[in-house]
Design a protein around this ligand. Structure first.
Ligand SMILES: *Cc1c(COP(=O)(O)O)cnc(C)c1O
Length: 465
């Protein structure tokens, strides 16, 4: 299995190389050259299997020779051992034909744990084999950072630096990043918003001298290994509702487009998915793009679903790569245009390809609170604000096609966003007992300016040599 860049001008890599590299050297994102195909029989055979077994069967064909079966199985089993639910990704029913896939039972209470825990294990295996050290730098709107720190804390060959927008993450999110005591963990509060954090990260990756010197590796959702681990729960949940014998649709609360792109790949592999519905909050650049055919930046407005407060939706580049018939030069031109003018128009052909896969919808702040309160009344489920955006958009999509089961991804635990949840429902959701002392732990964080040279100097100084 070979991995190519969406911009067509970076070295072709193996799975393990693509995982350790993160962003491609031409600025693009790695994708598999061909997508493995599952027959209806292979999909049907996933029914009733433990989550870990489904994960092994779905991930294996993407890994090529990078890991042995025993290594991959071991990594998967260690990754999910710390989850607080035996089913890993349990499903509950919200309404007739509407199901909620709970992806928040991992150590940091958001779906990011599903992928991050696996890649922590895979990095450890690959680095030990190669006798190498790396520096992981991540940008986060809140949940990626805590998931990465949780996955890499204390690992021998890794230093972790996480950039988050100062003052723009929830207190639970911040404390999950600032309270780990391991010396290889560094939480950096950047003066700026999430797009600034992501921009600085991209700048570091494009500064090849620095990149090579510190052994820079990325674990943001641009890392293909993360997308891969997220394909698994699309299979597991669809099969639980009758796939491949019956089609299902998914609604995905979306920011960086990693999660929903995993759903697209599941469909490409042969999983019968009817619609993939993009759900956005008031930062609706993706919804506008699907409806109007132009991707246009307008500035990010902080919301009560902060993990979706994004304008540069990195993984959308992967969706465009497929929509443009895998034309790397065309993607490169679009991204240059976005950089220079803050917008681009999607060609008619590519728009047709996107509309064949995706629907979209937006729920504003008031609407999000209303969905939380209504869902609690109607179905006794307390949703986090991100999941509520998903549920609100899914309800509209389901009304259009009531015969197809709709699975909405619940991306975080309500206790991660207690202020918004309490405002909507009157209930302040408690943290699960295993992290109940989070508010008593000491915090360790460094304020940093939105400045590349200063950041690079800090990382150079702090990393273990
Ligand atoms: C990261 C995140 C999202 C957005 O997922 P993408 O893969 O970036 O689209 C949605 N909800 C929560 C809670 C998240 O942490």
């Amino acid at each position: 299995m070979r991995y190519i860049s969406t911009r067509g001008a970076a070295p072709v890599l193996t799975f393990a190389e693509a995982m350790m590299t993160g962003l491609a050297r031409d600025g693009g994102l790695y994708v598999p050259e061909t997508v493995p195909q599952f027959t209806a029989e292979e999909i049907a055979a996933l029914a009733g299997q433990p989550y870990e077994e489904v994960a092994f069967r779905v991930m294996k064909p993407f890994c090529g020779d990078s890991f042995t079966d025993a290594e991959l199985k071991g990594a998967i089993s260690r990754a999910y051992a710390g989850f607080g639910h035996a089913a890993r990704a349990p499903m509950v029913q919200l309404a007739p034909n509407h199901f909620l896939l709970e992806l928040f039972h991992g150590p940091t209470l958001a779906f990011k744990d599903f992928a991050m825990q696996v890649i922590g294990q895979l990095f450890q295996i690959a680095l030990a084999k190669a006798d190498k050290r790396i520096t992981i730098v991540g940008a986060t709107s809140g949940d990626t950072g805590s998931a990465a720190i949780e996955a890499f804390r204390g690992l021998e060959n890794v230093d972790v630096f996480i950039l988050f927008p100062h003052g723009r993450v929830s207190e639970v999110q911040r404390r999950q990043m600032t309270t780990p005591v391991e010396a290889n963990v560094h939480a950096l509060a950047l003066e700026g918003d999430f797009d600034d954090c992501q921009g600085k990260l991209k700048d570091m990756f494009n500064h090849f001298e620095f990149r090579d010197e510190v052994g820079l590796a990325g674990v943001n959702s641009i890392n293909f290994a993360r997308v891969l681990a997220q394909i698994v729960y699309f299979f597991a949940s669809a099969v639980a509702l009758g796939a491949p014998h019956r089609k299902v649709s998914f609604t995905v609360p979306t920011g960086n487009f990693g999660d929903i792109f995993a759903g697209f790949l599941a469909k490409e592999m042969g999983l019968p998915i009817e619609r993939l519905v993009i759900a956005t909050n008031q930062n609706d650049i993706l919804d506008r793009c699907i409806k109007q055919g132009a991707y246009e930046k307008k500035g990010v407005k902080p919301s009560i679903s902060p993990s979706m407060d994004i304008e540069v939706s990195s993984n959308f580049e992967r969706a465009l790569f497929w929509a443009y018939g895998k034309d790397g030069a065309a993607i490169s031109a679009l991204m240059t245009e976005l950089n220079e003018t803050g917008r681009f128009t999607v060609s008619d052909n590519a728009m047709g390809a996107l509309l064949a896969q995706y629907d979209s919808g937006m729920i504003d702040e008031e609407g999000t609170l209303a969905v939380i309160s209504r869902t609690l009344k109607d179905s006794a489920e307390l949703l986090c604000p991100h999941s509520a955006v998903g549920v609100g958009v899914a309800e509209a999509a389901l009304a259009k096609a009531p015969e197809v089961p709709m699975i909405t991804l619940a991306t975080a635990h309500p206790a991660k966003f207690p202020d918004a949840v309490e405002k909507a429902s009157g209930i302040r959701p408690p943290l699960p007992p295993r992290m109940a002392d989070l508010f008593e732990r000491d915090e360790r964080v460094t304020r940093v300016p939105n400045d590349l040279a200063a950041l690079e100097a800090l990382i150079q100084e702090r990393r273990r040599k």
